[in-house]
Unconditional design. Sequence first.
Length: 257
Amino acid sequence: MLISPAKGPVPGNFLLWQLKNLFYCHFAAWLWGILPMEWTRRNILLGGLALLGAGAFQKPVYAQASSYFAGTAVDNGVTFRATNFAKIDKQWHRQVVKYFSSEPIGTVVVDTRHHFLYLIMENKTAIRYGVGVGRDGFKWFGRATIDAKSLWPLWTPPPEMRKRHPELPESVAGGSPKNPLGPRAMYLHRDGVDTGYRFHGTLEPWSIGKDASSGCIRMFNEDAIDLYQRCPIGTAVQVLPHIADQAPPVTEVNAVE
């Protein structure tokens, strides 16, 4: 009796396909007398658990990732994939909230622990945006200013990033569907020196609300466009420490259209 492995995966079912192949291969080995049944059961179980565990940390496969987008939008002559906000947890949606802070109106405060960016407004309110922040080894905090801004920016991976990922190109043109900065970038400087960190859009809307970047603050593309038009050059920025639970009390008021 010949046992054939499962057919190739279809988008969205890659993990299931791996589990099927694991079963077929071990079951066939048992039929041919190569492996005892108890050993086969144990390896199928352990292998399946390992695959499930690995799947929990994988990026969404294509079919899942595509569900985070809904149609297209046009900005300054560039067409881009619009975020499917029906797929996004409402806590990450842009909204006006009550926000108590001693920072001046117009200041941007980034709460890296809770993955929120606040633009302080009058009457003890702020516009709150969901963001993605630096993963372990790439977290930072402190004060900065927005000293430069770019519409559909060119992306030039820094040298240290290219050392880690030599397959990266020297640069990616603004407006390219492969440009991870998205439609806007706001460049953060400290004492007149570029920190290398930015507020920018993202190709991965599922990463908002997570520690996922190399230190930059990721936003939904629509939110990056919104913040860009609200923050002039010279806007003060405070990035709170990730380890400290310093977020002031916040109460949702209403969504920002």
